[in-house]
Design a protein around this ligand. Structure first.
Ligand code: PMP
Length: 390
């Protein structure tokens, strides 16, 4: 398509044509039998993707931030202690949300490009009784990946709810909500789930639902209150009409389509595809002598890459040169280093072809900016790494 740009930011992403077509269908009534079926199927498919057979899924119009807000509004009461484990910008956001609901938050901040140690987390949990802890699975500002499994286990050990911000990870990174014992896993539609922006998606464990049901104070947010949404989710799953706030009909039709694509690929295969492409992509970036923000491969996300600009290169000018090749990348997000680095999203429908296109556009832009590069070097490094994983 002439003038078509390749959108390689960490969300929104490139969407599958079937998903976009599904979204463009004439808008149905939210109580029409076929829409009820679509909504019900989507809830059931979420349990599969989250690996949470006994979890309670919620699909609500909003963004990832609403899903974070919903977790906090429903589970936290005035004075509850919350441990926020932060690996970047979105840790701070969770702290702000928790504070808004009157939580007493403790903020455990990882050094830039690293994760918080399990020892530091356990020490906090031992010292005081926390109602909940939050983990950012992939912080989109730093590209740092946290392993939620051992943290969720610690949370269980100390009778603390675990809340996973999976906005940049669900359907791209390995998640096993029930087996790992995560109490909330939340996301937004526009990332690896592969649906245009506008849906807040969340699955709560039976324990989280129990804690919510036994609250002492009413939920302090009307729209986010599960009292309003649980009957709706239950009704759609039982294939009955119901209404609280008008569902985002077209987005939910698109969601069902995308979840079916994810299920057909197979979640393990999908996570592996992300893993192999991310590894190959980082090999390509490193071959150009660009420094990757996460300090090691083990803590580097498979859904995006964050890398520093080479010294002497003006970031905005480089990104606009890349845009001249019809490839859209994202600048930095973390305030303290915002102008020093950039980010490339590689999730959802991403293919080797997309990433080869990114690397070649990056090489040309670096060359035009006066940075010494050997044309094709990053493509070779990418191919070599990818062939190893085939
Ligand atoms: N958490 C993370 C890790 C994110 O990447 C984002 C979005 N970039 C959010 C939360 C907030 O999501 P939204 O922009 O959809 O509100």
């Amino acid at each position: 398509m002439k003038g078509r740009k390749l959108l390689m930011i960490p969300g929104p992403i490139e969407f599958e044509p079937e998903v976009l077509q599904a979204m463009g269908m004439p808008t149905n009534s939210h109580v029409a039998p076929d829409f009820i079926e679509t909504f019900g199927n989507s809830l059931e498919l979420m349990r599969e993707v989250w690996k949470s057979p006994t979890g309670q899924p919620f699909i609500v119009a909003g963004t990832g931030t609403l899903a974070m807000d919903m977790a906090a509004a429903n589970l936290i009461e005035q004075g509850d202690r919350v441990l926020v484990i932060s690996t970047g910008y979105f840790g701070q956001r969770f702290r702000d949300i928790m504070d808004r609901y009157g939580a007493k938050t403790t903020f455990l901040k990882a050094p830039l490009g690293e994760v918080v140690s399990l020892e530091a987390i356990e020490k906090e949990l031992k010292d005081q009784q926390y109602k909940a802890l939050t983990i950012t699975h992939v912080d989109t500002s730093t590209g740092v990946l946290v392993d939620p499994e051992p943290i969720a286990k610690l949370a269980r050990k100390y009778n603390t709810l675990s809340i996973l911000d999976g906005v940049c990870s669900v359907a791209g990174e390995k998640i096993n909500q029930e087996e790992w014992g995560l109490d909330v896993v939340l996301t937004g539609s526009q990332k690896a789930i592969g649906v245009p922006p506008g849906l807040a998606l969340l699955v709560a464990s039976p324990k989280a639902m129990h804690v919510w049901k036994n609250r002492k104070s009413p939920v302090a947010n009307y729209y986010a209150d599960w009292n309003n949404w649980l009957p709706i989710m239950t009704a759609y799953e039982e294939r009955r009409p119901s209404y609280f706030g008008t569902p985002a009909v077209n987005l939910i039709v698109a969601l069902e389509t995308s979840l079916k694509i994810i299920a057909a690929e197979g979640i393990e295969k999908r996570v592996n595809r992300h893993f192999n492409l991310a590894k190959a992509f980082r090999a390509g970036i490193s071959s150009l002598n660009l420094e990757i923000l996460p300090k090691s491969d083990e803590v580097a996300a498979n859904t995006l890459t964050a890398a520093y600009y080479p010294s002497g290169i003006e970031g905005a000018a480089l990104l606009s040169k890349i845009a001249q090749s019809e490839v859209v990348l994202a600048g930095g997000l973390l305030p303290e280093i915002k102008t020093k680095y950039f980010r490339i999203g590689h999730m959802g429908s991403v293919s080797a072809n997309d990433l080869l296109t990114v690397l070649s556009a990056l090489e040309r832009a670096l060359f035009k900016s006066g940075h010494h590069i050997e044309p094709g070097k990053s493509l070779q490094a990418f191919q070599q790494r990818l062939l190893k994983s085939d």
